[in-house]
Write a protein that binds this ligand. Structure first.
Ligand code: FMN
Length: 451
C-alpha cells in the first residue's frame, strides 16, 4: 500500500507498549523468531522497495546476535538496534547499552548496515555513539523532541549569532526561543501553507529593549481571564484540525519542559491554549521570547551570576539517598555511579533559556524516590531468582511497576509522581501533554512513547 510513496518500509520490532502486547506486535514478537522471519521475508520478496527492521536488545549479547542474524537473513537491508530491553520503558527506561550494538558490529558481516539507537541527548553524543558502537548511523527520538537542535553543530566561539548562546563557562546551546520560532515558522509555511508572521530580529543583549516593555502589559493581561477569552475569539476562525497542528502543543511541552517548570505562568498559558489554536501558540512564543530576553539581560547585568543565584532545581531523584545495595560499592561518587543520573544531569544542564534534553532518573533512583515499586509478581520473581542458583533464563530481570492513577506507592506510603515520564499506551504513538497541577512547581505527569 505504501510502497509507491516511500523509499523503504521499516518494521518496528521495538515497541514495548501494552497495546503492542495486546495486539501481538512490536517487541512482543521477539519470542516468535519464526514469525519475525516470515514477516520480513514476505516483505523482502514481494515489495519493490527494501525492508528494514528495528529491534530491541535481548537479555544477552549472544541472544541479541542470533536475533539480528534472523532479521538479516530474512532480508532486512538495514538493522536498527535500540540498546534497551523490552522492559526498559517509562520509569525503567534507564540507559541504552551501546556495548550490545558494538558486539553486533563485531560479529556480523562487515557489510551489514547497522543504525544505533538510544542515549542521544546532546550534539556530541552522535559522534560518541558512532565511535563506541561502530554503527553506520544513529537514530534519535526523545532527545530530538526536547532539543530539536540536537543535530545542529554549534557555531565557532565568537560566531554565536542570535540563535546560539554561549555562557562564560564556554558551555552553550541553541536558545529555546530560537528553536520555538523556527518550529512555528515551519508550521506556518508547510503545515498551514502561508507565510509566517513577520518577526523582529531575535533579541540579543545590546538591542533596543523597548519592545520588551511595550508588550509587558499585554502579556501580563493575557495571564488573566478576559484577554484570554478575547484571544480565543480572535483566533477561533484560524484553528486547524490538521494532525500537524494538533501535535504542536505536546511537542511544546517537551521543548519547554525545563523552561516551564521555572516559568509556571507560561506553563499555565500553554496548558490553557487550545491544541489547534496557532494564534495562542504565537502568544506563548511571545511570552517565551520576552522571558528569554530578560534572562539574557540579567545574565549580562550580573556578570553571569544570575543563574548561580537561581536555585537549580535538584532532580527529584537526588532528594533521597538511594538505598544501599548489599555487596555494592556504596562509597562510589554519584557522578561515577552508572546507576546515577547525576553525571548526565551535570553534563547536559544549561541555563533555562537553552534547549536541553530531559534527563530521566534511572530505575534505582526512581525506586529510591518511591515513584515506582516492584509489582507483587516481580517481587515473587525476584525472590525466586535469588533462590535459584541458575540464571540462564532469557526472561527479564528488570521489574514492571505498579502505578495507579498517576500515583505510585513506595516506601510504605503513597507518593505523587512528579517530574517523571511514565509510559503511555497511546495507540497512535503520540506524545500527550501533561495534565497541569496548579499547585505543583513543575509538570506533574507526562507521557512518552518509546518504541
Ligand atoms: C513519541 C515517540 C514515538 C515513537 N514512535 C516510534 C515508531 O513509530 N516506530 C519506532 O520504531 N519507534 C518509535 N519510537 C521509538 C524511538 O524510535 C526510539 O527507539 C526510542 O525512543 C529510543 O531512542 P531515543 O533514546 O533516541 O529516544 C518512538 C519514540 C517516541 C519518543
Amino acid at each position: 500500500m505504501v510502497a509507491p510513496y516511500c523509499d523503504a518500509v521499516d518494521l518496528n520490532l521495538g515497541c514495548p507498549q501494552g497495546i503492542a502486547r495486546k495486539g501481538h506486535y512490536g517487541a512482543f514478537l521477539q519470542e516468535d523468531q519464526e514469525l519475525i522471519y516470515k514477516l520480513i521475508n514476505n516483505l523482502h520478496k514481494n515489495l519493490p522497495i527494501p525492508v528494514t527492521a528495528k529491534i530491541r536488545i535481548l537479555e544477552t549479547k549472544e541472544d541479541t546476535l542470533a536475533y539480528a542474524k534472523n532479521v538479516l537473513s530474512a532480508g532486512a537491508s538495514i538493522l536498527t538496534v535500540h540498546g534497551r530491553r523490552r522492559e526498559q520503558k517509562g520509569h525503567l527506561t534507564g540507559v541504552a547499552d551501546w556495548g550490545y550494538i558494538r558486539y553486533l558490529r563485531e560479529n556480523l558481516p562487515k557489510e551489514t548496515v547497522i543504525f544505533a539507537n538510544g542515549n542521544i541527548l546532546q550534539y556530541g553524543d552522535i559522534e560518541k555513539c558512532l565511535e563506541v558502537t561502530g554503527a553506520d548511523a544513529v537514530m534519535s527520538a526523545e532527545g530530538n523532541l526536547s532539543d530539536p537542535s540536537v543535530f545542529a553543530a554549534p557555531p565557532p566561539v565568537g560566531k554565536e549569532g542570535r540563535e546560539y548562546w554561549r555562557g562564560r563557562d564556554g558551555k552553550g546551546g541553541y536558545r529555546v526561543d530560537a528553536v520555538f520560532r523556527r518550529y512555528m515558522d515551519i508550521l506556518h509555511k508547510y503545515a498551514l501553507e502561508h507565510e509566517p508572521p513577520k518577526r523582529r530580529s531575535l533579541f540579543i543583549v545590546g538591542d533596543d529593549e523597548s519592545w520588551l516593555h511595550d508588550t509587558e502589559a499585554r502579556d501580563g493581561d493575557h495571564e488573566e481571564g478576559p484577554v484570554r477569552k478575547k484571544l480565543k475569539q480572535d483566533s477561533a476562525n484560524k484553528r486547524s484540525t490538521s494532525p500537524n497542528i494538533v501535535a504542536v502543543r505536546p511537542h511544546l511541552f517537551h521543548l519547554l519542559r525545563h523552561f516551564i517548570s521555572r516559568h509556571t505562568d507560561i506553563r499555565d498559558t500553554l496548558a490553557r491554549t487550545s491544541p489547534s489554536d496557532m494564534d495562542g501558540m504565537e502568544k506563548v512564543l511571545e511570552m517565551v521570547e520576552k522571558r528569554v530576553a530578560q534572562g539574557l539581560i540579567d545574565y549580562e547585568r550580573t556578570d553571569g551570576k544570575s543563574i548561580e543565584e537561581e536555585p537549580v532545581p535538584k532532580p527529584k531523584s537526588q532528594d533521597k539517598e538511594p538505598p544501599k545495595d548489599e555487596g555494592a560499592n556504596n562509597d562510589i561518587e554519584p557522578e561515577d555511579d552508572p546507576d546515577s543520573s547525576v553525571a548526565t544531569v551535570k553534563a547536559c544542564k544549561r541555563p533555562w533559556w537553552i534547549a536541553q534534553p530531559i534527563i530521566r532518573p534511572l530505575p534505582k533512583e526512581a525506586l529510591a524516590k518511591g515513584s515506582i515499586k516492584l509489582s507483587k509478581k516481580d517481587k515473587k520473581k525476584q525472590a525466586q531468582e535469588q533462590a535459584a542458583t541458575s540464571t540462564t533464563s532469557s526472561t527479564v530481570a528488570i521489574p514492571t511497576t505498579e502505578t495507579v492513577n498517576g500515583k505510585a506507592e513506595g516506601n510504605g506510603h503513597t507518593q505523587k509522581v512528579e517530574d517523571e515520564l511514565p509510559i503511555s499506551d497511546e495507540k497512535d504513538g503520540s506524545v500527550s501533554e501533561p495534565p497541569i497541577d496548579p499547585m505543583a512547581p513543575g509538570l506533574t505527569k507526562d507521557a512518552l512513547v518509546s518504541g
